[in-house]
Design a protein. Structure first.
Length: 280
């Protein structure tokens, strides 16, 4: 018996012109510091076509006109979100959390940690769980700020709800201690317990913003696998700003593929992708 299948077709896009990619890449870099390489051209043009169609523009050129002419347009949020990458996991690069645990035992409260690219929350919650394990009375004098440029990722992070697949890296003992298992319609899901969620304050932040956290000094900053999306000039500028908001002896945790030693003298390498702020 022959079964007829309806042909698969992609949704129609708004018209993409030859220079739209270059223009969009420039706009994205100016707004968020993100480099959009030419190898991503096809993906980017499709994304731009979909966004333009979503807001009822016939061409991507009109869409980009909107962004450039309206710096406060709510569409900026969707534009930047479309090009951010939210690849993260609980206790990713486990050695960082072991180093953090030993480090916080040597610090005096108040203790403050900034997760500067928090994505959907796995990393800041891993930090919070580590502090629960290593700090006496972690509910007092401990402050974790978690920021990201992606507004949708921040909303997911605030909810603290994950599939069982996502929490596989969490040891079973900690899974029982710090997560609630879903039942009924929520079966197969878990939620970070309230005591852990209360330790983390989430907010939207563009690292290129002229102001960060006023009068805030940190014992440690996590900014992992994010700087690779910036050019060297932007990387250096952000690193030197990180140094200014770290307490003496404060640590910067970087991604496994990031090397900052040749960019600035504000930090010196202390361990595997862990930097300590240089004394001034």
């Amino acid at each position: 018996m022959n079964i007829a299948h309806k042909p698969f077709s992609l949704p129609a896009l708004s018209v993409v012109e030859s220079n739209d990619f270059t223009r969009a890449a420039r706009i994205l870099h100016t707004r968020a510091g993100i480099l959009l390489g030419s190898h991503k051209r096809d993906m980017a043009e499709r994304t731009l076509g979909l966004r333009a169609k979503k807001v009822n523009f016939a061409t991507v050129r009109e869409y980009l006109d909107l962004l450039e002419q309206s710096p406060h347009s709510p569409e900026w949020e969707n534009f930047v979100n479309a090009f951010t990458i939210n690849h993260t996991a609980f206790f990713r690069e486990q050695h960082h959390f072991e180093i953090l645990g030993d480090f916080v035992k040597t610090r005096t409260k108040p203790l403050s940690i900034w997760c500067a690219a928090s994505s959907t929350g796995e990393e800041p919650y891993s930090i919070a769980i580590t502090l629960q394990e290593y700090c006496p009375q972690p509910s007092y004098g401990v402050n974790i700020i978690a920021t990201d440029i992606d507004t949708k990722a921040i909303e997911r992070a605030k909810a603290g709800v994950y599939s069982m697949e996502r929490v596989k890296p969490v040891p079973e003992e900690q899974l029982k201690k710090y997560f609630q298992r879903g039942v009924g319609e929520r079966a197969g899901m878990v939620r970070v317990k309230q005591a852990v969620r209360d330790m983390v304050k989430f907010d939207v932040l563009n690292l290129l913003s002229p102001t960060w956290h006023s009068n805030e000094k940190f014992d440690a900053i996590f900014c992992r696998n994010t700087m690779i999306y910036f050019d060297k000039e932007t990387q250096t500028r952000i690193l030197e700003r990180f140094a200014q908001v770290l307490k003496p002896g404060g640590l910067l945790f970087a991604g496994h593929s990031e090397n900052f030693t040749y960019l600035t003298k504000a930090f010196r390498l202390q361990g595997q992708t862990v930097y300590v702020v240089s004394e001034t």
